[in-house]
Design a protein around this ligand. Sequence first.
Ligand code: DAH
Length: 339
Amino acid sequence: MSTSDIASIKTEVAQAISAATGKDELEALRIKYLGRKGLLAEMTQSFATLPAEEKPQFGRAINELKAYLVGLFAEKQKSLESSGKEEKNAFVDIGMPGIAQEIGRMHPLTQVIREICEIFSRLGFLVVEGPEIETEENNFTGLNIPLEHPSRDAFDTFYLKNQKLLLRSHTSPVQIRAMKSRKPPLAIVVPGRVYRPDALDASHSFMFHQIEGFMVDKNIKFSDLKGVLEAFAKSVFGDQIKMRLRPHFFPFTEPSAEVDISCIICKGKGCSVCGRKGWLEVLGSGMIHPNVFKHVGYDPEKYTGFAFGMGVERIAMLKYGINDIRLFYENDLRFLKQF
Ligand code: DAH
């Protein structure tokens, strides 16, 4: 046994240790080389037979080899332990169901607002918005709503501390804003939130949505209103529905009409949804009152126009057969996912 033998043993053992893949295999190697009857023990025994001059060098080499191998075994032992742990943590169950990506969607009211605005856009209307905090003047006075009108009452309108400001109770004040800041011809639709101090129940909410529409030009006639509304109603509720106008009163239009469509549930025969009438009220409308034109500085002798306003929740409830307005505001995913 020479020092060069020792060097080759060193590489041999180092390779065997690094190739070991498990604890048992490593232990077998340790016994083979470092055990009581192992290779190193054997080599140490051969020490006695060496000539005296070789003993110191050989002794040093064998001690070095032993220390080196002890270190290698310890290192390998550690790395086997830690990779075993990692393996456990990294266990992948390829049969486990994946995490499904939830696909977002628009709120049903947003969908209906967009659908309606798109219908009017195709007819040439511009979509305009206005503020939810309004002046008394735009919400009432400019719209020819007299001072004693019950809608001005604090029971029907949310006033701010400053009594001249309020939360708009309809989208009609945007007629005033738009007419004041533009010149005819005008064709505008206005979606937005409105507020009224109503107790919450299946058909009332203190906040809801309206879409206002109006057109102003020379020579706008009642028949233009009827044509536009019929195109709208058929786009939303289907070509087969019938539409009718019933005389009504609004301070800001003259003449005024409420618009009904034939009941989409019973097709006009009469059911519980339409209250046996066969007709469903969907919006208010009329020819813009001359006083409204005067208020915004338009000459009522020169210009005429029509206006209409509808509740978005009501349209959505009719369209989708929803019987409780509160469903729109509760954000229950089981409801929202159906749209
Ligand atoms: N502003 C009315 C309301 O809130 C709805 C309305 C009716 C708007 C007739 C109009 C209209 O523009 O001509 O009940």
